[in-house]
Design a protein around this ligand. Structure first.
Ligand code: PLP
Length: 453
């Protein structure tokens, strides 16, 4: 199949909400879910829809309402829901073979080669890739093992505000108390240091970067810092769950220098920022950063198929056969999904498109911010945007974000939140979102801000 253009892969009518939402069919499914599904279910509690089908950057609910999806399954659907070009390859592969543990297949090896081609910094031709379980958390677990294996250390350095996943090792790196408070003790040797978050710290970006680097340096180099055996530094190149916090220019390369000077690997978590989300293949590309270890997940499976991978410098490939085990070491249709997604992003120049669309979104948001004291920052890169809200006392305002989310939902635009206090509006549409969809969607978001602030 020739791959269709980005204008041809959506439901045409979004946004189109013709019932009260949730409509009767969504309501019925949500009620049924609440009786039989886990109490841990969270998303429909914020945006109560039951999804019937989805195409590109549009989602249709069980009542036939069509929404613009500015959420993309939390940054998974970069090439859109059920992208037909990706789907075609996946369907063909489904009929050939699905599960091969880690025996070689054409798809597995091609995906590794394609990842090599798009890898950031000096990683191309100097790396290895390990596949483990399908989630981002699984990839993080692999990074912890790899870092410990190579350094012999146990001390994990992570940042405040970070999110690295929900399994025990990953959760140890995750900073949010709400995720971990019922499950401690987790890994014993983890230190969370401040991430440079200039707006919140009321510092200039340079001061924030300096202070954050000084903390890491002290931890690694002060003989009385308390950290005896460091294994690595884990960092999100833009903190996603933490509020789309975008570090000052120069911070990440200097962190890498610090890691290298102290013989510990820098693990750059590209799980949410990868595969074009920020308008480059990886957020590391913005600073020509070379991660020592780079976990990937979310968008790597193309159309939401479960897959994760961890790329690392070949010098770290010191573990032997079975060094990282598990039944699911790469799902072949998902690997084809990844290859076709890379093709699609290249063929339709979606990195440049993401930069352009994201730039337009942030312009509109900045104009809205200029009209109110309730927005303290509009930030992000490519199609990864955050808007941070405060109340009239300057305190983080979660309620206004909820109101904006509800307003947009009722008018057919799905948006999400983020941030330590839930006070950041997070906009992460698929990279295939069209200029027309962005304009219509932003009309709704900007109107929501004007109505609520
Ligand atoms: N790392 C980052 C930066 C993430 O955003 C996430 C998920 O949101 C994870 C790790 C964990 O991925 P998963 O939810 O697939 O386990």
């Amino acid at each position: 199949m020739a791959s269709p253009g980005i204008h041809d892969i959506h439901f045409d009518d979004a946004p189109d909400v013709t019932t009260n939402v949730p409509g009767p069919a969504s309501k019925r499914l949500i009620e049924k879910q609440s009786k039989i599904d886990s109490n841990a279910v969270a998303y429909p509690k914020r945006v109560p829809i039951a999804i019937e089908e989805a195409k590109g950057a549009t989602v249709r609910d069980a009542d036939g309402n069509t929404f613009l999806d500015f959420f993309a399954g939390i940054g998974v659907l970069n090439v859109g829901h059920s992208n037909p070009y990706v789907l075609e390859g996946v369907q063909e592969q489904l009929e050939k073979v699905v599960h091969t543990v880690d025996f070689p297949t054409e798809a597995r090896l091609e995906l590794i080669e394609r990842l090599n081609d798009i890898a950031p910094g000096a990683l191309p031709d100097n790396n290895r890739v390990v596949f483990g379980g399908p989630t981002g958390s699984d990839a993080i677990e692999a990074t912890i093992k790899l870092a410990k294996h190579n350094t012999g250390g146990s001390g994990l350095i992570a940042f405040r505000g970070s999110y690295h996943g929900g399994s025990a090792g990953a959760l140890s790196l995750t900073a949010g108390k709400k995720y971990k408070e019922d499950y401690t003790p987790l890994l014993g040797d983890v230190t969370h240091v401040p991430y440079p978050y200039a707006t919140r710290q009321e510092q200039s970006p340079e001061e924030a970067a300096e202070a954050a680097l000084a903390n890491v340096r002290e931890l690694l180099e002060d003989p009385y810092s308390g950290l005896a055996n460091p294994a690595g530094i884990w960092v999100e190149p833009i903190q996603g769950e933490g509020g789309v916090v975008t570090p000052p220019a120069g911070f990440l390369p200097r962190l890498k220098e610090l890691a290298a000077a102290n013989d510990v690997p820098l693990i750059v978590d590209e799980i949410q920022t990868g595969f074009g989300r920020t308008g480059e293949w990886f957020a590391s590309d913005w600073e020509d950063l070379t991660p020592d270890i780079m976990p990937m997940a979310k968008a790597i499976g193309g159309i939401g198929l479960p897959l994760s991978a961890t790329m690392y410098h070949e010098d770290l490939d010191t573990w032997g056969p079975g060094g990282h085990v598990g039944t699911y070491r790469g799902n072949v249709p998902a690997m084809v999904g990844g290859i076709r997604a890379i093709d699609y992003i290249e063929e339709h120049d979606l990195l440049a498109h993401a930069r352009e669309m994201g730039g337009y979104m942030r312009e509109r948001l900045q104009a809205a911010a200029d009209e109110t004291d309730n927005i303290i920052e509009v930030r992000g890169r490519g199609l990864f945007t955050g808007v941070e809200f405060v109340d009239s006392d300057g305190k983080p305002d979660k309620d206004v974000v909820k109101e904006i989310q509800q307003y947009c939902y009722e008018r057919g635009v799905l948006v999400w939140s983020a941030g330590r206090y839930g006070s950041v509006l997070r906009l992460i549409p698929p990279l295939v979102v069209t200029p027309e969809q962005v304009e219509v969607g932003m009309d709704v978001v900007v109107e929501a801000i004007a109505e609520t602030c």
